[in-house]
Design a protein around this ligand. Structure first.
Ligand code: HEM
Length: 512
């Protein structure tokens, strides 16, 4: 993208500014070509990154069979260092595993790697990069990001949506009490209760309303809230990690892969029909010039900026992002606290000292350093986005002192950065105390690299922190948590986001 952005203004100047500007433009062009050439020469004198040995043709594909590449990447870093390259079929990927090289890529060299090359599944599921998180750095991205920050994720918007978060914590506590009343000795399934509440909050922030059901014209049927959760969140979380072997061998793209295509297209069809119906219903209440109440209002107020399909994709993005990574964070934090009664008790006492008999609220967070430490340690140990979606190098660049040629892809292994032995003592262990450095600033979101960095740093970090922290605090204030039998071994993960493979099951007891 960047080369176009640079060349375009000169072209425009030639058209409107007459010969003088044209000459100036031309000499600039030559200067740029000369500078590019010099830079290419000097950077190509640099060494190439170390390679992880693989097999002819398929490269390292067989070594990456299990769908947890971040762990394999971190293991390789111990042998090949924080930056190395791998070959996945026809693609060369440079993998970054330490804070220093990750930061260099995300901040200093961002302009050379601001685009993405998506897998076949993600190309279909994002309708060709039409969501903020997967888009290149272009006008669509800038406009959509402005809208999501103003209406939903920015500091002011988060203040406006406070009531939704309060309702979320109240609902989960009530549901847990109700489930205890029914079956006092049975383990609760945390995810069954929490995910629908996150989804509900997402609907309110994005559409302005908690939708119970919706008539979906294309399918001639009404989708219940559970079906919406499945069609908009569950199915797509699975779809996003579907692998099409043609991704690794683009020169074989002409060979059909029907079962894969049918599966992804079906997901896309159902998701599209559901979002279309939701937008149609909410559009009835929308009047131009009205107060902006949610993300959809904001997008509709600037309708000329987006196509209908883009609005559908952005709405869906807002909903799935609310539901997904915050669940991962809160679930792992509750798992760790249920496993470790001493740390759970320490948090309980901290809350009790600050809040006494009152319910803990967001206003109390600035006085709860241990809660904040638990949040950051969970992000570090269980990185909810273990690997940043692949970036594409569109012009030669340099990272970590190595020459990175155009055409390479970059995988930033945030999990690897957060597990780096050079930076973290006993990184495998969950030790919130490591963040109790006496510098407690609960608004400091970036104590680890879990939220990425630079221009593409997570837009939802504040929301994730507010929701996860208040959830953890309320759950520990109201109940004593213990892992159900066999739960300690259930530490496997699935999917793009380090989701626990087995939903957390815990025995809970109301605190007196
Ligand atoms: C603990 C929870 C979360 C974690 C660890 C997380 C992590 C990340 C990371 C690492 C990126 C950067 C990807 C890149 O560099 O390309 C990102 C981007 C993004 N995240 Fe999050 N995220 C979380 C929660 C959320 C939530 C709750 C939302 C919204 C509801 C959200 C919305 C976004 C958006 C819109 C982007 C794209 C930003 C851009 O490209 O400018 N995230 N997130």
């Amino acid at each position: 993208m960047a080369p176009n952005v640079q060349v375009l203004p000169w072209g425009t100047a030639v058209a409107v500014g007459g010969p003088a500007v044209a000459l100036g433009g031309l000499s600039l062009l030559f200067l740029k070509a000369f500078a590019d050439d010099q830079r290419r020469k000097s950077s190509s004198n640099l060494p190439l990154v170390p390679e992880v040995p693989g097999l002819p043709l398929i490269g390292n594909l067989l070594q990456l069979k299990e769908k947890k590449p971040h762990r394999t990447f971190a293991r390789w870093a111990e042998t090949y260092g924080p930056i190395y390259s791998i070959q996945t079929g026809a693609n060369k990927i440079v993998v970054l595993n330490s804070n220093d090289v990750a930061k260099e890529a995300m901040v200093t060299r961002y302009s050379s790697i601001s685009t993405r090359k998506l897998s076949k599944a993600l190309t279909i599921l994002t309708a060709g990069k039409n969501i903020i998180a997967m888009s290149d750095y272009d006008e669509f991205y800038k406009t959509a990001k402005k809208h999501i920050l103003i209406s939903t994720l920015g500091t002011h918007a988060q203040r406006r949506h406070r009531a939704h978060r309060d309702a979320l914590t109240e609902n989960i506590c009530n549901e847990l009490h109700a489930s205890l009343n029914e079956n006092p000795l049975e383990a609760v399934n945390f995810r069954d209760i929490y995910l629908p509440e996150l989804f509900r909050l997402g609907l309110k922030e994005v559409l302005g309303e908690d939708v119970e059901s919706i008539y979906v014209e294309e399918f001639g049927t009404t989708f219940s809230k559970e079906e919406l959760l499945k069609v908009l969140v569950h199915d797509l979380m699975v779809g996003a990690i579907e692998v099409d072997w043609r991704d690794f061998f683009p020169f074989l793209s002409w060979i059909p892969n029907k079962s894969f295509e049918d599966k992804i297209h079906q997901m896309d069809l159902r998701r599209g029909a559901a979002t279309k119906a939701l937008i149609k219903q909410q559009r009835k209440h929308f009047k131009p010039g009205q107060e902006i109440n949610c993300y959809l209002d904001s997008l509709l107020s600037d309708e000329k900026a987006f196509t209908e399909e883009q609005i559908m994709m952005l709405i869906w993005e807002g909903i799935i992002e609310t539901s997904d990574t915050t669940l991962v964070t809160a679930e792992w934090a509750m798992y760790e606290l249920a496993k470790d009664p001493a740390k759970q008790d320490r948090l309980f006492r901290e809350i009790k000292n600050v809040c006494g008999p009152n319910k803990v609220t967001e206003e109390n967070m600035c006085k709860l350093p241990y809660l904040s430490a638990i949040f950051h340690e969970t992000l570090r140990r269980h990185s909810p986005v273990p690997v940043v979606p692949l970036r594409y190098v569109h012009e030669d660049t340099v990272i970590g002192g190595y020459h990175i040629p155009a055409g390479t892809e970059i995988a930033i292994n945030l999990y690897g950065c957060n597990m780096d032995k050079e930076r973290w003592e006993n990184p495998e262990q969950w030790i919130p105390e490591r963040f109790l450095d006496g510098m407690h600033d609960y608004m400091e979101l970036h104590k680890t690299t879990a939220f990425g960095g630079g221009k593409r740093v997570c837009a939802g970090a504040l929301q994730a922190m507010l929701i996860a922290c208040i959830t953890i605090a309320r759950l520990v204030q109201e109940f004593e948590w213990r892992l159900a039998d066999g739960e300690e071994e259930n530490v496997d993960i699935v999917g793009l986001t380090n989701l626990k493979l087995h939903p957390l099951r815990a025995i809970i007891k109301p605190r007196t």
